[in-house]
Design a protein around this ligand. Structure first.
Ligand code: FAD
Length: 528
C-alpha cells in the first residue's frame, strides 16, 4: 500500500498503463470489484484496427472523424489509428488469440466503418481475451501488485498546491478507509453507464473517476456526449445485455412489432447507419407503433453460424428464454459509452498535477461527439500505454511531503434522494432524445437534492457510488442543457440542427462555469 504509482482500475487502460509503469517503479492496481469485473471484460464485437489488406490507416482516420461529427481532436485520432496496428501486434506477441480464417486474421464490419477492420476473439469475447492477455502480462512483473474489492472514494490533495498525491481507498475486507500515497495517480475507472436507468454497462461503471476528478478540481470535457447502444436485450427480469453491432454487420435485421423492416426509412445505410441514428430510429418506431421494444431478427443467419460466431450472445440469450436462431430478439436502446470525461492531453495528463486519466474515463477528444464502434478497446491500449509512459517522469520527483496527510477535497456528504431516482432522472431527461425543458428540470431537481445533502454520514461504497452518480448526472444535465444544438449522440428536439458556434469542446470544472474550447486548444501540451 505504498506504491510509486497508483492505478485506479483494472480494465484494458489501467493494465496497459501498469505494464509501462512497471519498468520504472512499484505499481498498485486497484479495482472496486473482482479484478476481471469491468466493461473491458464484456466487450463483445471487437477491436478496430487498419491491418486488413484492403484497409489503410487514413481510412480508419476518416471513418472515426466522420462518426465524431465535427468534434474529434484530429491529433488524438491520428495517434489512435497510427499506433493501433503496433498495439495489436504487441497484444498478439503477449499471447492474445484473435480469430483467424485459413490462418490469417479474420476481420468483420461494424456500423460506419468503410472496411472490414474489426478483429474479434472467441467470436464475441474480444474484450475478455484482451483483458486476459494484459492481466497475464501485468502479473509477470514482480513490482505490480493488485488489490480487488478496493474502491477509491476520493483523490488526496495537498493543502499547498492542489497536486494529487494519492487516493482514499475503502477496503471491503476490513471495512476501513485507508490513504494510499503515490507519486502519480492514473484514473482508469471506465465508463458511467450506471448513471442511467437502462445500460449495457456492468455495476462498476458508476462514473467514479469523473466524480473524483471533479471534486479534485480537474477539468471535465464533452460530458454531455453519451452513446446509447441501439440493441440491448429487452426481456423482463433480464439485464440490458448487449447485442453486438456485429450481429447487424453479419446481416441481422431490425423489425417493428408488425414484423416490418424500418431502418431504410430513416437512413440510406439502413441497419448499418451510425449508432445514434439507429438508436433514435428505434425510439421513434417504438413511439409510432406504441411498443416497448423492436425486434432484432437473426433467424436468416442460421443456428450453426450464430452458435459458432456469437457463442456468448447465443448462450446468454438462451438463459433468458430467447433462442436467437429461432425467434426475433426483443431489443431497445440503452446507455453504453461516454465520449466525454476527464479532460486530458494525448499523454493522459489532466489539468491537475500528478493526476492522469486513460480509457473510457478520459476525454482526449478522440471520439468527438460519437464514438466509432470498436474504437474504445483500441483507445484503452493506445492511450493507456501513453499515459503510463508519461507518468514515469514523476519517479524522479520526490513524493510530496504532504502525501501521508493528504485529504479528500471535501468532507463526505451524500445528496438526498436515492440512486434509483438519480438514474431515472438521467434516463428520462438526459437520454436519447433531450429537450431544454426536461434538462432544466433535471438540473433543478438534482441541485435541490444536493442542497438537501446530509453531512457526516458514514462512508460506505454504496453511499460513495450514489454521490458519484448524482454528481455525474448533474454534470451531464448541465452540459447538455448548455449545448443548444444536436450533434452526434447529443440530440435536442428544441435545437435539432448542428450549429457552427458549438463546434467546440465543452469544458467545466468546479472552479469555473462551462467554457467552449476549439480543437487546437485540446492538442498535446495545451493542457498545461
Ligand atoms: C457490454 C459492452 C460491450 C462493449 N463492446 C465493445 C467492443 O466490442 N469494442 C470496443 O472497442 N468497446 C466495447 N465496449 C466499450 C469498452 O469495453 C470500454 O470502453 C472499455 O473496455 C473501457 O476500458 P477501461 O479500461 O477504460 O475501463 P473498464 O474496462 O470499465 O475498467 C474499469 C475499472 O475501474 C475499476 N473502478 C471503477 N471505479 C472504481 C473505484 N472507485 N475504485 C477502484 N476501482 C474502480 C473497475 O473495477 C474496473 O476494474 C463495450 C462495453 C460494454 C459495456
Amino acid at each position: 500500500m505504498n506504491p510509486d504509482f497508483l492505478v485506479i482500475g483494472a480494465g484494458v487502460a489501467g493494465l496497459r498503463a501498469a505494464i509501462e509503469l512497471a519498468q520504472t517503479g512499484a505499481v498498485l492496481v486497484v479495482a472496486k470489484h473482482s479484478l476481471r469485473e469491468s466493461s473491458s471484460e464484456y466487450a463483445q464485437g471487437g477491436i478496430a484496427v487498419a491491418l486488413n489488406d484492403d484497409d489503410e490507416v487514413r481510412l480508419h482516420e476518416e471513418d472515426t472523424l466522420y462518426a465524431g461529427d465535427g468534434l474529434c481532436n484530429g491529433a488524438a485520432v491520428r495517434a489512435l489509428v497510427e499506433e493501433g496496428p503496433a498495439a495489436i501486434q504487441e497484444l498478439i506477441e503477449w499471447g492474445a488469440e484473435f480469430d483467424r480464417q485459413d490462418g490469417t486474421l479474420a476481420f468483420t464490419r461494424e456500423a460506419a466503418h468503410s472496411r472490414n477492420r474489426i478483429l474479434h476473439a472467441r467470436g464475441d469475447s474480444t474484450g475478455s481475451e484482451i483483458a486476459r492477455t494484459l492481466h497475464r502480462k501485468a502479473a509477470s512483473f514482480p513490482n505490480i501488485s493488485f488489490r480487488s474489492y478496493a474502491a477509491t472514494t476520493d483523490l488526496l490533495a495537498g493543502s499547498a498546491g492542489g497536486a494529487v498525491c494519492g487516493a482514499a481507498l475503502y477496503d471491503a475486507s476490513t471495512g476501513q478507509t485507508v490513504h494510499v500515497p503515490a507519486r502519480a495517480v492514473l484514473l482508469a475507472t471506465g465508463g458511467l453507464g450506471r448513471v442511467f436507468l437502462n445500460t449495457t454497462n456492468p455495476d462498476v461503471a458508476t462514473g467514479d473517476g469523473v466524480a473524483m476528478a471533479w471534486r479534485a478540481g480537474a477539468q471535465i470535457s464533452d460530458i454531455e456526449f453519451v452513446q446509447f447502444h441501439p440493441t440491448a436485450l429487452y426481456v423482463e427480469g433480464a439485464p440490458r445485455f448487449l447485442l453486438s453491432e456485429a450481429l447487424r454487420g453479419e446481416g441481422g435485421l431490425l423489425r417493428n412489432r408488425a414484423g416490418e423492416r424500418f431502418m431504410e426509412r430513416y437512413h440510406s445505410m439502413a441497419e448499418m447507419a451510425p449508432r445514434d441514428v439507429v438508436a433514435r430510429a428505434i425510439v421513434t418506431e417504438m413511439a409510432r407503433t406504441a411498443s416497448s421494444h423492436v425486434l432484432l431478427d437473426l433467424t436468416p443467419l442460421g443456428e450453426d453460424f450464430l452458435h459458432s460466431r456469437f457463442p456468448r450472445i447465443f448462450q446468454t440469450c438462451l438463459e433468458y428464454g430467447v433462442n436467437i436462431a429461432r425467434q426475433p430478439v426483443p431489443v431497445r436502446p440503452a446507455a453504453h459509452y461516454a465520449m466525454g470525461g476527464v479532460r486530458t492531453d494525448l499523454n493522459g495528463r489532466t489539468s491537475v498535477e500528478r493526476l492522469f486519466a486513460a480509457g473510457e474515463v478520459a476525454c482526449t477528444g478522440v471520439h468527438g461527439a460519437n464514438r466509432l464502434a470498436s474504437n474504445s478497446l483500441l483507445e484503452g491500449v493506445v492511450f493507456g500505454a501513453r499515459a503510463g509512459r508519461a507518468m514515469r517522469r514523476w519517479m524522479a520527483a520526490p513524493v510530496p511531503e504532504y502525501a501521508h496527510t493528504g485529504e479528500p477535497p471535501e468532507a463526505f456528504h451524500t445528496p438526498a434522494g436515492s440512486v434509483h431516482e438519480f438514474r431515472e432522472l438521467a434516463w428520462t431527461h438526459c437520454g436519447i432524445v433531450r429537450c431544454g425543458e426536461g434538462l432544466s428540470h433535471a438540473v433543478s431537481v438534482l441541485e435541490a437534492l444536493e442542497k438537501d445533502s446530509t453531512g457526516g454520514s458514514e462512508l460506505t461504497p454504496e453511499r460513495s457510488e450514489a454521490r458519484n452518480v448524482h454528481q455525474v448526472a448533474l454534470l451531464i444535465a448541465r452540459c447538455a442543457l448548455a449545448r443548444e444544438e444536436s450533434r452526434g449522440a447529443h440530440f435536442r428536439t428544441d435545437f435539432p440542427a448542428k450549429r457552427p458556434e458549438f463546434q467546440k469542446h465543452s469544458v467545466i470544472s468546479r472552479h469555473s462555469e462551462i467554457q467552449y474550447l476549439p480543437e487546437e486548444m485540446l492538442l498535446a501540451g495545451a493542457i498545461e
